[in-house]
Design a protein around this ligand. Structure first.
Ligand code: HEM
Length: 581
C-alpha cells in the first residue's frame, strides 16, 4: 500500500493547483493570466469592485452553460499550473472512519459492554461476564472506537496542518477495510472460537497490515518534522500501535481455538497498556498540542514542559510493560509515577487548559461549554493516574497485585472519563472545522456533557464501592444507560454534521441567519453587488468566503442588524423568483 502520491509529484505542485471550488475572483487574483479566459467565458468587468465574483468555478461554468473540464484546462494552461480534481474528495476522507467508529461503539463496544454490566450487576460479581466476552468489548472499543477515530482524524488533519502529501483514496479504503476486518472479525471470533478458529489469526493479521499502513502514512507526513515534540509523539503513537497489533495477532494466533477467554491476566493488562498508554495517550498528547489550545482558548504552550512529556511518558511506558508482566511490583510504582509526571508536565505545558482568549459568541467558534470537556477529561486522567500510583504503592507494600474492582474503576476513568470525554468534546469542535461547516445541533453539547460526566462518575465510584458494599453492584448498570445515551446523542450530532441536511436556501429558496455566505453567493452571484451597495465591505475585500461563515455573523461583524439584513436578502430573493416565474 503506497499511502501517498510520490514526493516528486507533490513538490512539482509548488504553484497551488486549480480546484473547481475556487472562486472566480481568487483565480483571477492569483493568476492574472486567467482573467482573459474568464472574461471570454462570460465574467463581466466591474468598475465598483475587484474583477471576478465570489462564485466557485463549477457554479460559474454551469451558469454560463460551459463545460467545466474545458474551462479548467484553459485556465490551467493560462496559469501554468495543474488541476486538482481530488481536493474535495480528500476533505471527506475522515467521514467513513468516524462513522464506522460510532457504529462500532454503539453496537459491539459500549452496546455490548452495557449488556455485560447488566449481567455483572444482576449476579453481583465480576466473574458473571465471561473473560472472552469482556476482552471482545475492550478490543472493540480500543481498536474500533479510539483507533478508528484517531486514524480518521490523522488522515484528514495531518496533510492539511503539516503540509504533507494527500493520502490516496485507495489507500484510505484499504486501511478502513483492514481495521474493520480486525475489529469485527476479532469480535465474532471471541464469541465462537471453536467454530471460527481461523478468524482469530486472520483478523489479527489484518490489524498488523492496517497498523503498518498507518505507520507508513505517518512517516511520510512527519518526515523532517521530528524535531517538534508533537510530531515525535504522533510518530510514537504509530510505533506503539504497530507493536500493539503485533501482540494482538500473536495472541489471536496462539489462542485461535480457545479464544481470548484463555488470555492470562498479565497479557490482558499488556494489551490495554499498549493501547491506552502506548497508542492513545501519545496520539492525544501529540494532536492535542496542535488542537487543544485553539479549542480551550488557552495561552501559548510551554515548549520545554511538552518536550519532557514525551520522554517521561515513553520511559514510564517502557518500564511498565515488563513490570505488568510480573517482574516487580515496585517497578510498577516507578513506571506509573513517570506516567503521572508526564501528565502533570503536559497539563502545565498546556497552561492548565485555562481560557484566556475570549471570542464573541457566534456559531463559527463553537459552544463555550466545549472547553469544559477538555478540562474534565484531563481531570480524570490525573485522577486515574494518582489512583494508579497510590494503588500500586499499596500493592507493593502488601506484596499482592491490585483487585479487579480497583483496576476496573481506574481503567474506566481512563477510557471513558479521559479518552471518551475528550473525543466527545474535540469531535464536536473539530468535525465542523474539518468540514467547513457548523455543528448540526449545538443544543446537544450540554446534555451530552452532563450524561458522560455523571455516567462516568457513577461507574468509577460504584465499581470502587463494590470493594466495600455489595449493593453497589446493583447501581452500576445505571451508568451504562447514561454513557450509552451520551454516545448515541454524540453519534447523532456528528453524523448530522458530517452529512448535513440541505440548507433552507436550497430547499425553499429562503436564507436564514445560519445560511453560509459562500453558498448564498455561489447560488446567487448577483447578490454580491447588492451586499456591496449595502456597505458590507468584506465582500469586496475578500478573495473567497470561508464556507462556515454565516449570514448572521457577517452582518454582525460589519456592524449591521442581522435580522434586517436577512429580511432584505430574502426580499430580493423573492423578487427574483417572482420575476423569473
Ligand atoms: C457504555 C459504556 C461502557 C460500558 C457499559 C462498559 C462496560 C464494561 C464492562 C462491564 C467491563 C468488564 C468489567 C470490568 O472490568 O469493569 C469493561 C471492561 C473494559 N472496557 Fe468498557 N464499558 C464502556 C465503555 C468503554 C469505553 C468507551 C472503552 C474504551 C474507550 C472501554 C474499554 C474497556 C476495556 C479496555 C475493558 C477491559 C477489557 C479486558 O479486561 O480485557 N469501555 N467495560
Amino acid at each position: 500500500m503506497d499511502p501517498v502520491g510520490s514526493a516528486e509529484a507533490y513538490s512539482a505542485k509548488a504553484r497551488p493547483p486549480l480546484r473547481p471550488d475556487m472562486t472566480v475572483r481568487q483565480v483571477a487574483a492569483d493568476y492574472p493570466g486567467c482573467r482573459e479566459v474568464l472574461r471570454r467565458y462570460g465574467e463581466p468587468e466591474r468598475r465598483s469592485a475587484k474583477f471576478g465574483h465570489l462564485e466557485p468555478l463549477d457554479h460559474f461554468a454551469r451558469r454560463q452553460g460551459h463545460d467545466l473540464k474545458q474551462l479548467l484546462q484553459e485556465l490551467a494552461q493560462a496559469a501554468g499550473t495543474e488541476i486538482d480534481w481530488q481536493g474535495r474528495q480528500a476533505e471527506s476522507v475522515h467521514r467513513p472512519f468516524l462513522l464506522s467508529a460510532l457504529l462500532v461503539t454503539l453496537s459491539l463496544g459500549a452496546g455490548w459492554g452495557a449488556w455485560l454490566l447488566w449481567e455483572i450487576g444482576r449476579a453481583g460479581r465480576f466473574t458473571a461476564a465471561p473473560v472472552g466476552h469482556v476482552v471482545a468489548h475492550g478490543e472493540a472499543q480500543l481498536w474500533g472506537f479510539i483507533a478508528l477515530f484517531v486514524v480518521g482524524i490523522a488522515l484528514r488533519y495531518l496533510p492539511r496542518s503539516a503540509a504533507g502529501p494527500l493520502p490516496r483514496p485507495l489507500f484510505c479504503h484499504l486501511l478502513l477495510a483492514a481495521l474493520l476486518l480486525g475489529v469485527v472479525g476479532g469480535f465474532f471470533w471471541a464469541m465462537g472460537p471453536e467454530q471460527l478458529h481461523w478468524l482469530g489469526p486472520l483478523s489479527g493479521l489484518s490489524l498488523v497490515v492496517a497498523a503498518l499502513g498507518f505507520l507508513t502514512f505517518l512517516s511520510r507526513q512527519l518526515a523532517g518534522k521530528l524535531h517538534f515534540s508533537w510530531a515525535r509523539l504522533i510518530g510514537a503513537a504509530g510505533l506503539w500501535m504497530t507493536i500493539w497489533a503485533g501482540v494482538t495477532f500473536t495472541l489471536r494466533y496462539r489462542q485461535s481455538a480457545a479464544g481470548p477467554g484463555n488470555y492470562s491476566e498479565p497479557l490482558r493488562q499488556l494489551l490495554m497498556e499498549l493501547a491506552i498508554f502506548g497508542f492513545a495517550l501519545n496520539a492525544i498528547y501529540g494532536f492535542g498540542q496542535r488542537l487543544l489550545p485553539g479549542i480551550a482558548g488557552s495561552a501559548t504552550p510551554y515548549g520545554l514542559a511538552l518536550e519532557s512529556t514525551f520522554w517521561l511518558h515513553n520511559t514510564g511506558l517502557l518500564l511498565l510493560l515488563p513490570a505488568s508482566l510480573g517482574w516487580s511490583l515496585w517497578l510498577e510504582v516507578w513506571a506509573t509515577t513517570l506516567l503521572l509526571a508526564a501528565t502533570l508536565a503536559y497539563v502545565i505545558g498546556m497552561r492548565g487548559f485555562l481560557r484566556v482568549r475570549r471570542s464573541t459568541p457566534r456559531p463559527e467558534v463553537g459552544e463555550a461549554l466545549l472547553v469544559r470537556y477538555v478540562q474534565l477529561a484531563f481531570f480524570w486522567l490525573l485522577a486515574a493516574l494518582i489512583l494508579l500510583v497510590g494503588g500500586e504503592c499499596w500493592a507493593a507494600i502488601r506484596g499482592q497485585p491490585l483487585s479487579h474492582a480497583y483496576l476496573g474503576s481506574v481503567r474506566h476513568a481512563l477510557t471513558v472519563g479521559f479518552m471518551t470525554t475528550l473525543i466527545l468534546g474535540v469531535g464536536q469542535r473539530l468535525v465542523p472545522i474539518l468540514g467547513h461547516t457548523l455543528l448540526a445541533w449545538p443544543r446537544l453539547v450540554a446534555p451530552i456533557f452532563l450524561l458522560i460526566a455523571t455516567g462516568n462518575l457513577l461507574r468509577v465510584s460504584t465499581e470502587m464501592a463494590t470493594l466495600a458494599a455489595a449493593p453497589a453492584f446493583g447501581i452500576m448498570p445505571l451508568s451504562a444507560l447514561l454513557e450509552l445515551a451520551a454516545l448515541a446523542l454524540f453519534a447523532a450530532n456528528i453524523g448530522r454534521t458530517l452529512w448535513p441536511s440541505l440548507d433552507p436556501l436550497l430547499r425553499s429558496g429562503r436564507a436564514t441567519l445560519r445560511t453560509s455566505v459562500a453558498l448564498l453567493l455561489a447560488e446567487h452571484p448577483w447578490l454580491e453587488d447588492q451586499l456591496l451597495d449595502w456597505g458590507l465591505g468584506y465582500i469586496g475585500r475578500t478573495r473567497s468566503v470561508p464556507r462556515e461563515l454565516t449570514l448572521g455573523t457577517l452582518a454582525r461583524s460589519e456592524g449591521k442588524e442581522p435580522e434586517e439584513l436577512l429580511a432584505r436578502v430574502n426580499d430580493l430573493l423573492q423578487k427574483r423568483r417572482n420575476a423569473s416565474s
